[in-house]
Design a protein. Structure first.
Length: 358
């Protein structure tokens, strides 16, 4: 299949206002693609054309997309539910509905973002049972548990068989990037923790487990993930595969935590005897955040839209080492790389410049 001229390429980014979706929109609009941004709210400052439709409604999706002709689809949306069975019903259903609504379109490639819960299990069975050895590799078999990532993959493959498009799956690890109001946003969560610590005179306390404090780990910058998804969607040899995607460096939180504290000018405390979750550390700090917002003229007064304490606790509280192997992408030709500490500091600088944090 010949790669079309850029002017003939139309990207549909699903979940466009999220961490990864907004990074994709930013990258694609900068590369002269025609970009359709499907999300509940428009991407601030973007030239992409905003579309709004309920991913759970086949009828509304069909109506919203009836006149659209995307050639490339990037699916980054998800909706957190109370149980994994509900996650499967809702999130696999959204993939199924979206692709069915595009049966008329000249779709060449669909890129699906998932994550390392493919290897770790869903939140309700997170890190339990027998895990594959680290670093995680794409050929590992599925775990014998319900997992909405598996169900999403199955919907993707079934639609590819019917509609004839190429596909790729992108398994990221703890994505850090720019968004507000996202359900899983460690970068902004840690920045909010730091602001509250500064305001109240508290030390910057690591919330997680001894294993996470001492073991090697890695992360995924949203910009790198966007590069990876566009690469897989446009390189003929990269299609019809699942890939891990991480920054390329590894680190230990016992080194990273003091570095982040230093950037914010805070005293810090590492792991001591037991985890100290942010949901406990930060309980009742809404009034503190309101005071910070007023003092510094910040733009988001709702702490719940800034900090996702539960997600950072789950990530940093894991009792196992989590590292992903990038060999498959490297051998296929992807050479993107980020240093994670730089990703954090650039993100903090951007949030500060936009008056999201003080």
């Amino acid at each position: 299949m010949d790669t079309p001229h850029p002017s003939a390429r139309t990207a549909l980014v699903v979940g466009a206002s999220g961490i990864t979706g907004s990074a994709l929109v930013e990258q694609l609009t900068g590369q002269d693609w025609d970009v359709l941004a499907l999300s509940r709210t428009p991407v601030p400052g973007s030239t992409a054309r905003h579309l709004s439709a309920d991913l759970r409604s086949p009828e509304r999706l069909a109506a919203a997309l009836a006149e659209e002709r995307p050639t490339h689809v990037f699916f980054t949306a998800w909706s957190r539910q109370a149980t994994e069975k509900e996650n499967i019903q809702v999130n696999a259903g959204m993939v199924r509905n979206l692709l069915a609504a595009l049966a008329h379109a000249p779709v060449e490639h669909v890129a699906l973002m998932t994550g390392l819960k493919h290897y770790l299990g869903p939140f309700e069975a997170y890190g339990q049972g027998t895990m594959p050895d680290t670093p995680f590799r794409e050929e590992e078999p599925r775990l014998p548990v319900d997992n909405f990532y598996y169900a999403q993959e199955d919907e993707l493959w079934a639609a590819a068989g019917r509609q004839g498009f190429r596909w790729s799956v992108h398994r990221a690890h703890t994505v850090i990037g720019h968004a507000v109001g996202n359900a899983m946003n460690m970068g902004l969560t840690l920045a909010a923790q730091a602001a509250i610590c500064r305001e109240t005179g508290r030390p910057f306390v690591f919330p997680g487990s001894e294993t996470q404090w001492n073991s090697l780990t890695d992360m995924t910058d949203a910009g790198l993930l966007a590069e990876h998804m566009v690469w897989a969607a446009t390189e003929e040899a990269a299609g019809n595969e699942a890939y891990n995607v991480v920054n390329g460096d590894v680190f230990r939180w016992r080194r990273m935590w003091p570095a982040l504290a230093a950037w914010f000018g805070l005293e810090w405390e590492g792991y001591q005897d037991a985890p100290r979750p942010l949901e406990e550390q930060m309980r009742g700090t809404e009034d503190v955040w309101a005071r910070i917002v007023e003092q510094h003229g910040l733009v988001e007064p709702d702490l719940a839209r800034v900090a996702s304490w539960w997600h950072t606790d789950a990530d940093l509280g894991r009792p196992i080492e989590v590292v992903a192997d990038m060999s498959k992408s490297r051998l296929a030709g992807f050479t993107g790389y980020r240093r994670t500490e730089d990703c954090f500091t650039r993100l903090f600088e951007r949030y500060r410049a936009e008056r999201v944090i003080p």
